[in-house]
Design a protein around this ligand. Structure first.
Ligand code: KG4
Ligand code: ZN
Length: 358
């Protein structure tokens, strides 16, 4: 089965063809980073308009000469995300499904990230973890830990109480005058600096909680900048970035390993845009090796927003459920998993992963 995936929940317009075993046939992403950079963050109305401009060319490129002839089903992100942005992808998916009589399935963007570890390209080794596995999703909009027992059986173990990790990178980069998006810039500078030179608070050190918090850290950075200004020399700026990055990635890795231990699951997947961070990848690999945990770090292109992960999650959903969502597929701006505590009614309801039908 070949599934066409469409992703337009935030600032990437993406389309991909994926076989139901996770093999990527095509994978096209049009980024809007340059469009939003002058504003220091994503502007929802501009994002929706850019999706409208970009979606057809992106689809044409992903589908190639055969168009929809070889497509067996369509999967589209229907939440969480920016409502106007989601609508562009969902309406296009509905139109194609209706015209060609194809099954249509809605995919939770976060589930796409969680299952993306099974994606692979021709000629590349296929190293997906067996289930269950623990997964950390750290991106610009989300930071949360999950136990993934099956493609339709996911439990949220913890989440950020305030800012997402990527958001903290972006806000701190803005305070330091480094531009948007901040993650890659802080990552590059941190590689040249020494962590610990700038004293910063370690958030949520309490062992038992699997929640994160990054807003206190951001406030501490803002206070330092207010009192002492942005370091003027390159070495000082690099040390600042290294110190900030070290606090964030230590928190992410500590909590991820604690989740593996609490659940007695020795497999950890790290994904989302922040998983592209070189410091995080190195620290996770080192700490997991020490703790006897197998670490799965998909390539950065798979970690950041893309449509291949949506196509694959859609294929899993179709296989598991055997029916599609049809043209009544709704969109939702907030995820039903966010805020669901382990064992809570919301978390149990989420297990079936059936999105609300209206
Ligand atoms: O998953 P993603 O592409 O989009 C969503 O937010 O869903 O993640 C984007 C986030 C941004 O906040 C960006 O600054 C961060 O991921 N990011 C990084 C790196 N590359 C991207 N953060 C730290 N280090 C990086 N190398
Ligand atoms: Zn994402």
């Amino acid at each position: 089965m070949i599934v066409l995936g469409i992703e337009s929940s935030c600032d990437e317009t993406a389309a991909a063809l994926v076989r139901d075993d996770g093999l990527i046939v095509s994978d096209v992403v049009a980024s809007q980073v340059k469009l939003h950079a002058p504003f220091g963050g994503v502007v929802p109305e501009l994002a929706s308009r850019a999706h409208m401009r970009n979606l057809v060319p992106v689809l044409e490129q992903a589908l190639g000469e055969d168009g929809l002839d070889k497509v067996d089903a369509i999967a589209v992100t229907n939440g969480p995300g920016l409502v106007g942005a989601l609508l562009v992808g969902v309406q296009a998916a509905k139109a194609m499904a209706m015209v060609r009589g194809l099954p249509l399935v809605g995919v939770n963007h976060l589930v796409g990230h969680l299952l993306s570890v099974a994606l692979h390209r021709e000629g590349e080794p296929h190293t997906a973890p067996e289930m269950p596995f623990i997964a950390l999703v750290a991106s610009g909009g989300h930071t949360a830990l999950y136990e993934v027992r099956g493609s339709e059986d996911v439990e949220q173990l913890g989440q950020t109480r305030d800012d997402a990790a990527g958001e903290a990178f972006d806000k701190v980069a803005k305070l330091l005058g480094l531009g948007y998006p901040g993650g890659p810039r802080i990552d590059a500078l941190a590689a040249k600096g020494e962590a610990g030179r700038v004293p910063l608070p370690r958030p949520m050190k309490r062992r038992s909680s699997l929640d994160f918090s990054f807003s206190g850290l951001k406030t501490a950075v803002a206070q330092q900048v207010r009192e002492r200004g942005v370091p003027e020399d390159d070495a000082g700026l690099a040390d600042f970035c290294a110190s900030f990055q070290s606090v964030v990635i230590t928190s992410l890795v500590d909590k991820s390993i604690a989740a593996c231990k609490q659940r007695k699951v020795p497999r950890l997947v790290i994904t989302g845009g922040v998983a592209a961070n070189r410091g995080l990848r190195a620290l996770a690999a080192e700490r997991c090796a020490r703790e006897g945990i197998e670490a799965f770090l998909p390539p950065p292109r798979t970690c950041t927003d893309n449509a291949a992960m949506i196509a694959y999650a859609g294929a899993c959903r179709l296989r598991q459920r055997g029916d599609d969502d049809g043209l009544g597929l709704p969109i939702f701006s907030r995820s039903p998993i966010l805020g669901a505590k382990p064992g809570s009614a919301a978390s149990k309801r989420y297990r079936s992963m059936r999105l609300p039908r209206e």
